[in-house]
Write a protein that binds this ligand. Sequence first.
Ligand SMILES: *Cc1c(COP(=O)(O)O)cnc(C)c1O
Length: 212
Amino acid sequence: MIINVDKIRNRIKTATLGSAKTPELVAVTKNRSEEEIAALIDANQRIFGENRVQEAQAHWAEKKREIKNIQLHLIGPLQSNKVKDAVALFDAIETLDRPSLIDALSAECKKQGKNPVFFIQVNIGQEEQKSGVMPEDLPDLLAYAASKGLKIDGLMCIPPAHEPAALYFALLKKLADRHGLEGRSMGMSGDFEKAIALGATHVRIGSALFGE
Ligand SMILES: *Cc1c(COP(=O)(O)O)cnc(C)c1O
């Protein structure tokens, strides 16, 4: 088994421009084996991303108790009936996309005394089948979060699959700037360098960490 995490860290550093802060590497471990996850932990990786609450519990619930400073990001859609488990497990939830989820999360965070980082997922290519709030509805959703006392730390996007991503990364950056949001989670294995050049603060990388 080959783990490319050092190579990826170097590529992230190289792609980071001038005085910009080096973006966080969120190592995506969905569908990965225990062996692969252990190798990343051995390589001192501490920030991880998962798509599904249940798989994340299986991968991380015990490790988070045993290993210091593990930070877990939810990067897949969140159903309301999983909010309780998600708040218990995740340090960051990147896929906020609707008012009902804001209601459920703010209530559950109060109940559990938790304060996770929240990103709103923007459907940046306005694709019918994709989750995320439409760009034109972002201001209302941000206002709603504020009215519920939920602090939003940034935006996240997954650009359309078969188009050049740069335009969409630039648009996410612009939206974040317009609303004074510092976090910009964008860029995956195939396009993270471009995302960094366009202002990503978090890159979510899975397949490029493994193999070859
Ligand atoms: C799987 C996944 C990633 C990682 O994708 P790779 O192309 O394997 O790097 C990033 N973000 C989200 C939302 C994902 O579901």
